[in-house]
Design a protein around this ligand. Sequence first.
Ligand code: SF4
Ligand code: SF4
Ligand code: SF4
Length: 338
Amino acid sequence: MSRRQLAMVMDLNKCLGCQTCTSACKTQWTNRRGRDDMLWNHVETQPGRGYPRDWRGSGGGFDGAGRLRPGRIPDRARDYGAPFEVNHAQALNPLGALARPTAPHLGPDTPPSFGPGWDEDQGAGAYPNSWFFYLPRICNHCTNPACLAACPRGAIYKRDEDGIVLVDQKRCRGYQHCIGACPYKKVYFNPTFGRSEKCILCYPRVERGLAPACAQQCPGRIRFVGYLDDEAGAVHALVTRWRVALPLHAEFGTGPNVYYVPPLSPDKLDDQGRPTGERRIPDAFLVELFGPRAPEVLGVLQAEREKRRRGEPSALMDLLIAYRHDEMFRVSRRKGAT
Ligand code: SF4
Ligand code: SF4
Ligand code: SF4
């Protein structure tokens, strides 16, 4: 364990699925050499296959006895999807030359079969009870990182001062054990350099007192960043005091430090169009993702929301609305400082 832990809370009730976070990370860290399929931050639609494809069933993490579980290394073409091209010039000028199709393609006659955002906005259920929500994902900077445990070179380390998990590029030999071991599949292989790479929680920004780029740029203001032990911060309030932020797939055993406020949804409608009192997003699905406390958390959110509807104050709703952007981030290492 590290002395302190920097953590992120994402309120899924506010995510727009705009991928601004994805672009912010990509343009800052992974738009060069060997990083085509690398998305340290991405936003997937749930229910869906996610990215890489079917990561939730790819193994890794720890079993109940604390032993590493075997995990699958995603196949570059099948699970990430070979990087495809879009004919932007033609797509933006449909009256122009029709030499090439506007659809994404791998070659003249080769359509892609998978890629990031492949099943975006598809979701589940039938009208009027269809549903989906967005799930942004980064490395969880776990308390007990399976990637670290699996590395025979000792190339992965967790910083004592903030719990950020990093790959030492000088020690890494590209064995990729970390990729199979991470149950979230948040380590990527760089074929150009023969090394593993992953989200660095924007440590160069954090060290200057700036929030991670994906959080700073988020127009939905869904991301709070701060230390878990900073009692004056929103992260501590949401995780420990209000207990409305839950880790993703905690049963993987790595102790993730990215937390999610689960999404509320409107009532299902019966065949006469009347509300049934049953939430459209099935509780069972949210329990699968966020654990058995998910329905209880939704109950708290609903009750606090009702208070605001009645014109009563709600400290939790004020916190989640995040009126002041700068109050969402408390990344300075000094305890108690913003
Ligand atoms: Fe390692 Fe995966 Fe945890 Fe990130 S999410 S620290 S890559 S095990
Ligand atoms: Fe990328 Fe930084 Fe966000 Fe990690 S914290 S996903 S490195 S922008
Ligand atoms: Fe969601 Fe924010 Fe990312 Fe947009 S930038 S997809 S609102 S997390």
